[in-house]
Design a protein around this ligand. Structure first.
Ligand SMILES: [Zn+2]
Length: 371
């Protein structure tokens, strides 16, 4: 088997000391070990770390300094020095993978998470720096790309990405976030080819988040069944292949108690990469080993059909109070319209994203302590 998936990973990305509900900081090494254990044909490439001035292409330099000097909290809500040390490497991993993909007109994966909730001058929702926008900016600055697509298929709305695009007026970036698309999972899958045709067809590269939390079994997700998750990855890769688009994807969210399930979901993405781009059908027992959780969140009083993440922390009714858009129509236009983004900025001034969220209040046995 000749084809190898290029995996951008450095031990410097890995943080084993972060105490958080989110396993993201400690995920890269576990995913790499899982892929090796299942004999996926991969080639690990060591990324380069980014400098403070690289990071400042998408963030306030004061925010960068505060984070790296441990003067302000990271997106996990703590000041873990290991997390701070990993930041130039996680963003560097994604940016290196993106540069590799575009220079070689190919595909790559970066074993990273925690980007899309990070705004220009603040973090939150387990996201500290926006590696997506930083990578786009570096590609643009160094002349590799004129137009960059960000296709965010993590369960949640990429508010940080939208905020930076708006703040810095980055009209060369095409951004789609399924977290802002209220259509059903099945409808979004059907719409994905149209989204690629409308937004990404003419991009020089697409940066893709294949968050495992979009699975309906995830305590913070609700979009797709396990079967549909595989379909999601297949469709996205097929569309990139159809339009000859270089791509880099990353891991993003995944919060199931059973971490093996999260690993299976990320392995499905890799299997579909080999399937679509190389015609190689791998079967590493992703579905066979997957254990369907019995109950998502014990004792949680929120309707299971609601998006618990949005319901608890995003307060969508407050954020788009006057949204008159028909949910069955093209919600995508609604997601990116300026009114919504401006409203978010207004809200941010008086009541920051961070202060809305009490990540420490998560109790696995009791669920969210609401109210
Ligand atoms: Zn998420």
């Amino acid at each position: 088997m000749k084809a190898k998936l290029k995996v951008f990973y450095s031990e410097n990305q890995q943080v084993d000391t972060n105490s958080s509900f989110s396993p993201s900081a400690g995920k890269p090494k576990k995913v790499l070990e899982d892929w090796k254990k299942h004999n996926l044909p991969i080639k690990v490439i060591e990324p380069s770390p980014l400098s403070r001035s690289d990071l400042a292409l998408a963030h306030d330099p004061k925010y960068i300094k505060g984070l790296l000097d441990l003067e302000i909290s990271n997106g996990f809500g703590n000041r873990n020095a290991d997390v701070a040390r990993s930041l130039p490497w996680t963003t560097g991993s994604f940016a290196s993978a993106a540069q590799y993909a575009i220079r070689n007109n190919t595909q790559a994966v970066s074993l990273t998470s925690g980007f899309h909730h990070s705004c220009y001058d603040s973090g939150g929702g387990f996201c500290t720096l926006n590696g997506l926008v930083i990578a786009a900016q570096l590609l643009k600055l160094h002349g590799y790309a004129k137009k960059v697509g960000i296709c965010d298929l993590d369960s949640h709305w990429g508010d940080g990405t939208a905020h930076i695009i708006k703040k810095l007026d980055l009209d060369y970036i095409e951004h789609y976030s399924v977290g802002g698309d209220n259509r059903s999972g099945a409808k979004v899958l059907k719409a994905l080819p149209g989204i690629f045709k409308k937004q990404f067809k003419n991009c020089d590269i697409v940066l893709i988040q294949l968050g495992a939390d979009a699975c309906s079994d995830d305590p913070l997700g609700h979009k797709w069944t396990l079967e549909q998750m595989r379909l999601r990855d297949r469709i996205v890769f097929q569309q990139c292949k159809k339009y000859n688009l270089p791509l880099v994807w990353n891991l993003a969210g995944g919060y199931q108690d059973n971490f093996e399930n999260v690993l299976s979901l990320h392995r499905i993405s890799a299997e579909e990469y080999f399937n679509v781009f190389h015609g190689i059908k791998l079967d590493t027992d992703c579905e066979k080993n997957y254990e369907k959780p019995k109950r998502r969140i014990p004792d949680c009083k929120i309707n299971r059909d609601d998006d618990i993440f949005d319901a608890v922390i995003e307060k969508p009714k407050r954020r788009i109070p006057d949204c008159k858009i028909n949910r069955d129509d093209d919600i995508f236009d609604a997601v990116i319209n300026d009114d919504r983004i401006e409203y978010e900025e207004e809200e941010k001034k008086e009541d920051s994203w961070e202060s809305d969220i009490d990540w420490d209040s998560w109790d696995k046995d009791k669920g969210w302590r609401v109210g």
